[in-house]
Write a protein that binds this ligand. Structure first.
Ligand code: ATP
Ligand code: MG
Length: 572
């Protein structure tokens, strides 16, 4: 994988900075195209994922940068797998990502009649024929990479017989799969895609848009280029697996009286570590209940990322950083997380939340007294203002911010040690209370009233600042922590179940959030020292649920892991 300078804020792919943008610019400069017209062509057989985002940003981005337009076209040629739910979700997700196709919403099915007429033209030109071979015979006769294929015994049917059969295919006279229409190109071609590819298959299946009108449906290869030509697409940008289909794309365009001459260009698809971007696998994850749905925050779908709290700007920034290349590679998911943190760090307001509470009683703090302290909403943005937080005798801190027998480098709370409570006072742990199982359930502490605001008048220092909430004022919440869905950087798409991470979802049912969060909206927040979070739509009045979008990238997590390891070694 190419190294990218994470510290530089400059994105690599400005206008004219990758090979596709170079081509577009050269075509415009030379007058080969008056205006650039691109399209994003999803098949509505699943939800969009972050790989699609790369294609969306590329197609819509080029149109924006060069003053052209980008169409949204549903490639709806296979009614067996396609559903209205997917069509609606795709439109919503492209909009959420920040792109607008204006009035240019199209469907391959809009062109079924025209595509059919062009197929008849090919038959009349003796460039297409109806084949009665079985699926298996066709497969065998297609040959291999090293051996040429064999001509079908039906290849030399007359134009009239072909026209008659093709019309009867359309009329629904034959069963699904009984016959196909094939282009007559070359069964000995080195490129297998040119060995008389299938143009139409019989399928008695209703279509979400055309209903029962059609009994035959065009193949992707036949529909795609012609749809591009109808829409006057200038640059038909697709992923590398279609490179070998380009000669076929061009063959149809050259042999049909199409209204324009689109050209296909291929770029490398996005692959991410610890992530599967195959629609087949994503569909199975949902269907077999490995996740809660297409918008499960562990899914790499745009709907999942949205629910998880990832801002669309972070996705666009990530796509910009990785750039567009012609060679396949795998991108470290850490690069995506970098973009997410960058975006959230700027926008997210800070709040205090205790994920796993441990009770603290400040023995020398008057019972019944409540103080209001000032807490800033964003350390780098004075404009974000501040809020009042309540301090009282009983508090909660994180369980892991206390250790009874700390290792050397543990600077947080332990017996006899003084720490700073963020925005409040210094406290010292005086006594540890345990339950019958020997678990720490409460800390008795003392506070120094002179340290209000976090500084000691005598100048003495403490080594740690920890967050807290007031026990009486904090609001209970559920917090969902997400970990990678797969345990391996390169999950096996064929046998993905074996690589699923059993701890991909961790539910913390007893978190306590500061009261300001009870009115939280959809905007992302930072729980200080814990990461970035957002409210989950499962929340209801009186039932707060937060999703962790991502942890903070600081040494904190690593330290905790180290301390844990050290701590458990000490205990055993
Ligand atoms: P399939 O064809 O297996 O159903 P697909 O992911 O290719 O799945 P499409 O709906 O055909 O789904 O994709 C729409 C567009 O998005 C295509 O142009 C495709 O090349 C592009 N695309 C799909 N996956 C990626 C990816 N991982 N990276 C970049 N572009 C992608
Ligand atoms: Mg595809």
């Amino acid at each position: 994988m190419a190294k990218v300078d994470m510290a530089s804020g400059d994105a690599p792919a400005e206008a004219g900075r990758d090979f596709i943008r170079d081509i577009v610019k050269a075509d415009l400069d030379a007058g080969r195209a008056k205006e650039v017209v691109t399209r994003f062509p999803p098949e509505p057989n699943g939800y969009l994922h972050i790989g699609h985002a790369k294609s969306i940003c590329l197609n819509f981005g080029i149109a924006q940068e060069f003053g052209g337009r980008c169409h949204l076209r549903f490639d709806d040629t296979n009614p067996v797998k396609e559903e209205q739910e997917y069509i609606d979700a795709i439109e919503a997700d492209v909009r959420w990502l920040g792109f607008d196709w204006g009035k240019h919403l199209y469907h391959a099915s809009d062109y079924f009649e025209q595509l059919y007429n062009w197929a008849e033209d090919l038959i009349r030109a003796s460039l297409a024929y109806v084949d009665d071979q079985t699926h298996e015979q066709m497969r065998v006769n297609r040959g291999t990479l090293t051996e040429p294929g064999k001509n079908s015994p039906f290849r030399d049917r007359s134009v009239d017989e072909n026209l008659d059969l093709f019309r009867r295919m359309r009329a629904g006279e034959f069963e699904s799969g009984a016959r196909v229409l094939r282009a007559k190109i070359d069964m000995a071609a080195g490129n297998i895609n040119l060995r008389d590819p299938v143009m139409y298959r019989i399928l008695h299946a209703p279509h979400p848009r055309t209903g029962a009108a059609w009994k035959i449906y065009p193949s992707y290869d036949y529909a795609h280029g012609q749809s591009d030509a109808i829409e006057h697409i200038t640059h038909s940008i697709c992923t590398l697996e279609f490179e070998d289909h380009r000669p076929l794309y061009d063959w149809f365009i050259e042999n049909l009286k199409v209204p324009s001459r689109p050209r296909q260009y291929e770029f490398a698809r996005l692959n991410l570590t610890y992530t599967v971007l195959s629609k087949r696998v994503l569909t199975l994850l949902v269907r077999d209940g490995h996740v809660k749905g297409w918008d499960d925050p562990r899914m790499p779908t745009l709907a999942g990322l949205r629910r998880r709290g990832v801002p669309p700007a972070a996705i666009r920034d990530f796509v910009k950083r990785i750039g567009v290349a012609k060679a396949n590679s795998v991108v470290d998911v850490g690069m995506f997380e970098f973009s997410v943190r960058e975006a959230l760090n700027k926008s997210a307001l800070r709040r205090m939340v205790v994920l796993k509470p441990l009770k603290v009683v400040i023995e020398n703090y008057p019972e019944g007294q409540v103080e209001e302290l000032d807490a800033v909403n964003h350390p780098d943005d004075p404009g974000a203002g501040s809020r009042k937080i309540k301090f009282a005798r009983e508090l909660f801190i994180e369980q892991h911010d206390f250790m009874e027998n700390p290792p050397k480098k543990f600077f947080r709370l332990s017996p006899g040690v003084e720490v700073r409570l963020r925005y409040a006072y210094f406290i010292t742990c005086k006594e540890v209370k345990k339950n019958v199982k020997g678990e720490v359930v409460e800390l008795r502490c003392g506070y120094d009233p002179g340290t209000k605001g976090g500084n000691a008048p005598d100048g003495r220092k403490v080594k740690a600042t920890i967050h807290w909430v007031s026990a009486a004022h904090a609001v209970p919440a559920e917090v969902r922590i997400y970990n990678p869905l797969f345990t391996k950087p390169d999950p096996d798409a064929q046998n993905f179940v074996a690589d699923l991470n059993p701890s991909s979802l961790e539910v913390l049912g007893d978190a306590r959030v500061e009261p300001a969060l009870a009115e939280a909206g959809a905007e992302p927040v930072q729980f200080e020292r814990n990461g970035y979070f957002c409210l989950d739509p499962d929340s209801a009045p009186g039932k707060l649920i937060f999703n962790r979008t991502i942890g903070l990238r600081d040494t904190f997590a690593k330290d905790v892991a180290k301390e844990k390891a050290a701590g458990s070694a000490q205990r055993s």
